[in-house]
Design a protein. Structure first.
Length: 336
């Protein structure tokens, strides 16, 4: 075989060029699919954002938009308002370059979130505590996947948000606990308007007394730090607190100073825990939280007293949703 024939048989430059062309085409294909995937992820994210925003706004709208500090009437969730506000909020979000069509692409349902089973049941009920929002966009264009026979895609997202009576309060709770049976009825509802006089004296019929959170010591200095520096740790239903009785003059004086200097000496609306016991001087778990409107503090006689009445409060800072009708509402939060 001559030299020219041998060279022709061993020359692979053409096959390399073909292979390179195939690899380049494959890479371009993957890049094109990557662009489509990135576009779909973006649209999905926009749908989720719209669903989250709608659910949060809807949960907030279940309750009066201007929440009263107190009310003598039971506040019933407005399910229709919750659904309408949820739709309007979701619709204001842009998805893939245009807003969602309210009826065709947004579904909003008010209902009840079950904390134990983590399930949502739609329905206009008096114990509704949340809104579920579903968003969708059909026919999302696939720019490069058309070569594989895929021209469009359908995407959806869903979110549930709740706003409910609180099962906890943030740091700074006033260190006064009330007897649960005095503060709430048999169904756990706060006895709104009931006058409360906490005597702080060692008696088996006390309706309230001091408390500290373990391992804090039950000393006057600790209680005054709770009052003056808002150092009481965050609390939740079921937490154990150490109940105290006895009227330390300096502690009562600290309560009165805050009442007069920070609240004008007329009204101090706060949130306090309840415990199931008529006898203080022991440890007990927190049953729930109630609103207490303090209107008088007496520290000039041997019988030190804090006067007030039970009220319904709203928007407790750092609240944890999920409590009974304790009279304190936590801010809205996403649960799913």
């Amino acid at each position: 075989m001559n030299t020219r024939a041998r060279a022709m048989l061993t020359d692979q430059s053409g096959s390399i060029a073909v292979t390179t062309g195939i690899v380049v085409m494959v890479l371009i294909g993957f890049l094109a699919l990557g662009v489509d995937i990135a576009h779909m992820v973006m649209v999905k994210s926009q749908l989720q954002k719209a669903a989250d925003a709608g659910a949060l706004a809807g949960a907030r709208a279940l309750w009066p938009m201007v929440l009263p500090v107190k009310t003598n009437d039971t506040v019933i969730p407005d399910c229709a308002s919750g659904e309408n506000v949820a739709k309007q909020t979701a619709q204001s979000n842009v998805v893939d370059g245009k807003v969602l069509a309210s009826d065709a692409e947004i579904t909003a349902q008010a209902g009840r979130w079950d904390y134990a089973t983590r399930t949502f049941t739609p329905g206009f009920t008096s114990n509704a505590n949340g809104v579920r929002v579903s968003t969708r966009r059909d026919g999302v264009i696939m720019f490069f996947a058309k070569v594989l026979g895929i021209s469009t895609g359908n995407l959806s997202a869903a979110s549930i948000a709740i706003m409910d009576y609180t099962a906890g309060v943030g740091q700074g709770c006033l260190p006064i606990a009330l007897d649960h049976n005095v503060a709430c009825d048999s169904d756990g509802n706060v006895r709104e308007g009931t006058e409360i006089i906490v005597h702080m004296t060692p008696d088996n019929t006390d309706n309230g007394g001091w408390f500290v959170v373990p391992p804090d010591s039950a000393a006057a200095a600790t209680l005054k730090d709770y009052i003056n520096k808002y150092n009481c740790p965050p609390l939740s239903e079921g937490d154990i607190i150490n109940l105290q009785n006895g009227a330390d003059a300096s502690v009562i004086a600290a309560i009165k100073d805050v009442f007069v200097n920070q609240h004008g000496g007329t009204t101090w609306c706060t949130v306090v825990p309840t415990v199931i016991t008529p006898k203080f001087g022991q440890s007990q778990p927190i049953e729930t939280f109630v609103g207490l409107e303090i209107d008088f503090v007496l520290n000039t006689t041997s019988d030190k007293q804090v006067h007030g009445k039970l009220v319904k409060l709203a928007d407790v800072s750092s609240g944890l949703p999920g409590g009974g009708k304790s009279g304190a509402l936590a801010p809205p939060k996403l649960v799913q």
